[in-house]
Design a protein around this ligand. Sequence first.
Ligand SMILES: Nc1ncnc2c1ncn2[C@@H]1O[C@H](COP(=O)(O)OP(=O)(O)OP(=O)(O)O)[C@@H](O)[C@H]1O
Ligand SMILES: [Mg+2]
Length: 321
Amino acid sequence: MQNSAAAEIVFDAATKTYDGSAEPALDALSLTVPAGEICVLLGASGCGKTTALTLVNRLTELTSGDIRIGDRSIRDQDVIELRRGIGYVIQQAGLFPHLTIDENVATVPQVLGWKKPRIAERVRELLELVGLPHKEYGHRYPSQLSGGQRQRVGIARALAADPPIMLMDEPFGALDPVTREHVQDEFLRLQEQVGKTTLFVSHDIDEAVRMADRVAILAKGGKLLQYDTPERILRAPADDYVARFVGADRGLKALTLRTLGDLKLEPATEETAEAAVLRTGDTLRTALSALMAGAAERLAVADGDGKTVGSVTVDLIREAA
Ligand SMILES: Nc1ncnc2c1ncn2[C@@H]1O[C@H](COP(=O)(O)OP(=O)(O)OP(=O)(O)O)[C@@H](O)[C@H]1O
Ligand SMILES: [Mg+2]
């Protein structure tokens, strides 16, 4: 697949005060999203997440400060040119209801004047990538898809012109928890292939922990409280507000970030001789649940091929946490 180089995004004291407002919606936000990483903007309703996102593609104009993509200020670029380099996924996917799935995905390449065969090839490739084969889905209309499928078309559409940057505003907000996890996983798998620098808005800490390389926690007025890896946010929240926001069960959430493969396992013993239920790829949280569910002191752990490689206990998990 073609792949334009990902670019770093730099917010440099980016400030937005909407006309008629006394207070800024976003107050001197400074942060850098390294090329190819996913940054999740997390915070309560009204704290300026959407504002931060739309400043990047200039749907909203900066009041002061700057935003740079690569080394270029967005102020110095033609708006149309700028938006060509940015995929934008909004809540509810925002598909055109009167266009087929193929036509929806083809929107931007058409605007860019690509030749028909190139567009057709790109559409097929992308629908394949998001798990909706063109043959089966291309001719349908958005109303003939499930919510999760529409969401995936929204992602395919945003990726169509292979932009180095993706902006995603609560793209999975409307999905039920199971579909949501599924689409999140799919996006992460996709991201491994396409490596876009991604700004992803959420107000769900679990989603942030799952998706983010880094999480930016914003408070009202777009004040940046902490910008860190999910692990650091969970283990060392910067202040009480962040601690409350990430929740009382943050210790448990942190366990989802590491797998049994990350631990120095104890040897397997006779008590664990039966078939191992745990795999090295399982998270510490899964392991803890299994130990508690079976009231077991020790459970055997197998590698991906099912060969037992050691055992785990509650103590071992506690030490690692
Ligand atoms: N066009 C606008 N004109 C005036 N004020 C606005 C405008 N858009 C947003 N605001 C205000 O700016 C603040 C931040 O809004 P924003 O939409 O960025 O919040 P958000 O973090 O995305 O919230 P949510 O989680 O509810 O989507 C809010 O107080 C909002 O009322
Ligand atoms: Mg919003």
